[in-house]
Design a protein around this ligand. Structure first.
Ligand code: BGC
Length: 248
């Protein structure tokens, strides 16, 4: 079995697993620790070391991919919405490479999820434009055309009304914070998805993030011209995509 390790750093949790690269499935249990308060680089590195140790791969030389919730260009993190501002303009790839003492591939979390779904999930063999969004602490997005990724689209940061970033209005964290019913939340999602549908005319929407397991509660409430389906790998897409990219 060809394998790689994927780590998905989120605003709330850090998740990791070993991935079977041929099938794009988990080849180990999934381990998770909470994201340290404030999510400063040193603390996140320690938490990543913990999950790698728990998986017993801290000394393995399998390829390692790390997904992170920020704009990532040439290994540098250029934004920080739900993590410490210390990540802005930070050489994150080198920081992890040095801290872990091994090579890594460092990518945006939604882009990783998009790659997983394009290679092994809901967008497999889909021609044209798949627009994947992750609904979690923030909103992430991935653009894939015929399976090819256009990285670092940040649709969660479109302005919406008085909100600087639409993710503050429509992410899962907003639903939880404001105790919204599925119907009330779906009204907000409707505004977000209608807007991006108009802007980008995708052929398929894929919805990832932990809440994709509840897709039946809110996706049927949306009225869009574009088909909208849950991510097949749900909250594991980030792990699987990061591992896949590391295995390339
Ligand atoms: C970040 C994105 C990330 C998304 C989902 C947003 O706040 O800006 O880079 O993909 O959250 O984690």
């Amino acid at each position: 079995m060809v394998k790689a390790i994927g780590v998905d750093i989120g605003g709330t949790g850090i998740k990791a697993g070993i991935v079977d690269l041929e099938h794009g499935t988990m080849a180990s249990e999934r381990v998770r620790v909470p994201t340290p308060e404030g999510a400063a680089p040193e603390d996140v590195l320690l938490a990543v070391k913990t999950v790698l140790k728990t998986l017993n791969v801290h000394e393995s030389n399998l390829p390692l991919g790390v997904a992170f919730p920020a704009i990532v260009k040439r290994g540098m993190t250029l934004s920080a919405a739900n993590v410490s501002k210390k990540w802005i303009g930070f050489d994150a790839e080198r920081f992890f490479r040095d801290g872990l003492g091994r090579n890594i591939v460092f990518v945006n979390d939604a882009d990783a999820a998009g790659v997983a779904e394009a290679r092994h999930g809901a967008a497999r063999d889909v021609r044209g434009f798949t627009l994947l969004t992750t609904l979690g602490t923030g909103i992430g997005s991935a653009f894939l055309y015929d399976g090819v990724l256009l990285p670092n689209t940040e649709l969660g940061h479109l302005h919406y009304g008085e909100y600087e970033s639409v993710e503050t209005f429509a992410a899962t964290s907003a639903r939880e914070r404001e105790n919204l019913s599925w119907a009330d939340w779906a009204e907000r999602l409707q505004k977000f998805y209608s807007h991006i549908e108009f802007l980008f005319s995708p052929d398929l929407f894929v919805v990832g993030g932990g809440v994709s397991k509840n897709a039946g509660d809110f996706l049927p409430l949306l009225d869009l011209k574009t088909p909208i389906v849950p991510a097949i790998h749900r909250n594991n897409s980030g792990i699987i995509g990061a591992a896949s990219l590391a295995g390339d």
